[in-house]
Design a protein around this ligand. Structure first.
Ligand code: ADP
Ligand code: MG
Length: 265
């Protein structure tokens, strides 16, 4: 079953007199519970596609469905629901956490903005300070961090720990779908491997669906159920991880596989 359906999606940026077709007529489905890897060289349009799907960027044309909703026609009440269901994890954990906020405030902020951590529970859906605190502690445990760090600031942490804090924040509203945009590209290989393993664990624990973006085929193949290969704004090939890595059809896919040595994560 498709959680996300993208059809003929296009984003054109004007740069002075010239135009960049950052995303050029992309159609793809993301199935419930899968990790769709999105791989391609820098500038191929991966981040733009991820942001379009979250409606952080407005498309030039095309359509996006999330579950039963037409994203581009959603009213403000529907958009509010969508904002909870869809989250993003960024590449740079140094830039994405507000340095003036303590860890507890960074993770609790989405709960405050959206009022509640409860989805459809029978429990009264109120975000009191005490149940927020319990939820933040629960989220820290889920990403392998200790409650004792609640009062500390982002600069006190390493890149890997910051990425865990960013992931805890992304999970706060119990999303169904997460766009992870190069989440390990700024990290050392071994730290990146731990984050990739954490994402896999969280997917099992919380039934998440991922769009996992990376320029690195070895990283993408480790986590992905299926892989979409992007080149100059277009998806040139999409298939199971086994097919893409074992029997690539497109020359660009082959060049990506050759460019990247086998690494174990
Ligand atoms: P990737 O994530 O694969 O590196 P991007 O989606 O960031 O690719 O960029 C795709 C293309 O769109 C690039 O040529 C980039 O320069 C251009 N682009 C991205 N964002 C903008 C923007 N806000 N304004 C103008 N051009 C942009
Ligand atoms: Mg990018």
């Amino acid at each position: 079953m498709s959680l996300v359906e993208v059809r003929e999606l296009t984003k054109i940026y004007s740069q002075g007199r010239s135009e960049v077709r950052a995303v050029d007529g992309v159609s793809l489905d993301i199935h419930s519970g899968e990790t769709l890897g999105l791989v391609g060289e820098s500038g191929s349009g991966k981040s733009t596609l991820g942001r379009l799907i979250l409606r952080l960027v407005e498309p030039t044309s095309g359509s996006i469905r999330f579950e039963d909703l037409d994203l581009l026609a959603a009213n403000s009440r529907e958009m509010r629901r969508l904002r909870r269901d869809m989250q993003i994890i960024f590449q740079d954990p140094f830039a994405s956490l507000d340095p003036r906020f303590r860890v507890e405030d960074i993770i609790a902020e989405p709960l405050i903005i959206h009022g509640s951590s409860e989805r459809h529970g029978s429990v009264p859906a109120r975000s009191t300070a005490s149940n927020r605190k319990a939820r933040v502690a629960e989220l820290l445990r889920a990403v392998g961090l200790d409650e004792s760090i609640l009062r500390r600031f982002p600069h006190e942490f390493s890149g890997g720990q910051r990425q865990r804090i960013g992931i805890a924040r992304a999970l706060a509203l119990r999303p169904k779908f997460i766009v992870a945009d190069e989440p390990v590209s700024a990290l050392d290989v071994s730290v990146g491997a731990q984050i990739v393993n954490l994402l896999a664990q969280l997917q099992r624990d919380f039934g998440l669906t991922y769009l996992f973006i990376s320029h690195s085929m070895p990283v993408v193949r480790y986590l992905s159920t299926r892989i979409a290969v992007m080149y100059r704004g277009k998806i040139v090939e999409i298939g199971s991880t086994e097919q893409i890595t074992g029997r690539p059809r497109h020359p660009y896919t082959r060049s990506l596989l050759e460019a990247t040595p086998e690494v174990t994560v």
